[in-house]
Design a protein around this ligand. Structure first.
Ligand code: PLP
Length: 363
């Protein structure tokens, strides 16, 4: 039964809105009278051009993206951006700064070491990535070309609630796991990037929002596919793009606009996250979330059981009740409930009821 779906708490690829999947299903075989599936279309034909242009226009209105920013639909995931950013924004000897609030920020920093001179100016590692530094105490490198942050650490559940203003250079943010989950003032950033597969589409599409005056300075060794200038001049169509993925992102953007835009989406996300954190905090220590309250993620809720030997049982029983993928990342253990945009409130309510019931049976 195709209606018999589970509540998927995976960190990614994540659940997609049911209405979006149904719309794609209805259009799968013959897209709007074109006689073809989107997967079969020329990426240079008028049909696909209308799809990618609408997707960009809708994203621009969702995030209020200023005119002097380019929007790129790329491939290679967030991971490719870890290299593409230093390759394009600095020369091999340039200093750049990284604030490392979890594993993803750390990976971004390590990749940048191949292409410039990055420095970790703050790391949450010694406190197991449960905090974010107060911005006033961040000491940036003189002449740093950019300050890189991971806006939401998917594994550790640590999320920036507002953003530091770099004294030197521009702010660059990995928004892979909280992209389009709330309004963002794009003008504060030089570059924002995100893999689509958590909040806005299937994997295979990576979205980059970059201030146009930063484009055109790639290092000489930069492969064509990794040069923002080539991608921007060709409107993301230098080579064959991930057409179907871009189409799916477009359907999600339409859906987010129909929900009332990102202010409304944020309200829903807050409500869902609060329900789970409340259940954890009111469990008398049966459940625990290690993350400092002020920076707890609205997207990824990591938690453990005081009686850690019960964790496998918790995950197994939840799966039996059609709540799947609740196992924490292998590097931190415990559980993790990822509750991106498309997770319905009903899924979170069901999880919270299960948590209470599980506690009553095992406390
Ligand atoms: N950045 C963050 C915050 C992530 O959560 C992930 C993947 O989960 C990545 C980067 C890597 O993304 P990708 O798998 O698209 O390369």
């Amino acid at each position: 039964d195709p209606e018999d779906r589970v509540f998927n708490f995976a960190a990614g690829p994540a659940t997609l809105p049911a209405n979006v999947l149904k719309k794609a299903q209805a259009e799968l075989y013959n897209w709007r009278g074109s006689g073809m599936s989107v997967m079969e279309m020329s990426h240079r034909g008028k049909e696909f051009l209308s799809i990618i242009q609408k997707a960009e226009a809708d994203l621009r209105s969702l995030l209020n993206i200023p005119e002097d920013y380019a929007v790129l639909f790329l491939q290679g995931g967030g991971t490719t951006q870890f290299a593409m950013i230093p390759l394009n924004l600095c020369k091999p000897d340039d200093p750049v700064d990284y604030v490392v609030t979890g594993s993803w920020g750390d990976k971004a920093f390590k990749e940048a070491q191949k292409f410039c001179k990055p420095k970790v100016i703050w790391s949450g590692k010694s406190e197991k990535y449960t905090k974010i530094s107060p911005y006033e105490s961040l000491e940036q490198s003189p002449d740093a070309k950019y300050l890189h942050i991971c806006a939401n650490e998917t594994i550790h559940g640590v999320e920036f609630k507002d953003y530091p203003t770099p004294k030197n250079g521009i702010l660059v943010a990995d928004m892979s796991s909280n992209f389009c989950s709330k309004p963002v003032d794009v003008s504060k950033f030089g570059l924002i990037y995100a893999g689509a597969q958590k909040n806005v589409g299937p994997s295979g599409v990576t979205i980059v929002i970059i201030k146009k005056d930063l484009i055109g300075n790639a290092q000489e060794i930069t492969p064509v596919m990794l040069d923002y200038k080539i991608q921007a001049e060709n409107n993301s169509l230098y080579n064959t793009p991930p057409c179907f993925g871009i189409y799916m992102c477009g359907l999600v953007f339409e859906d987010l606009l129909a929900q009332g835009g990102l202010t409304e989406v944020q309200k829903k996300n807050k409500k869902k996250a609060e329900l789970i954190y409340k259940a954890i905090d009111e469990s008398n220590g049966f459940y625990r979330c290690p993350v400092e309250k002020s920076v707890r993620s609205l997207m990824n809720v990591p938690f453990t059981l005081e009686k850690s030997d019960l964790e496998a049982e918790f995950i197994k029983e939840a799966a039996k009740e059609k709540m799947v993928q609740l196992k924490g990342h292998r590097s931190v253990g415990g559980m993790r409930a990822s509750i991106y945009n498309a997770m319905p409130l009903a899924g979170v309510e069901k999880l919270v009821a299960f948590m209470k019931d599980f506690q009553a049976r095992h406390a």
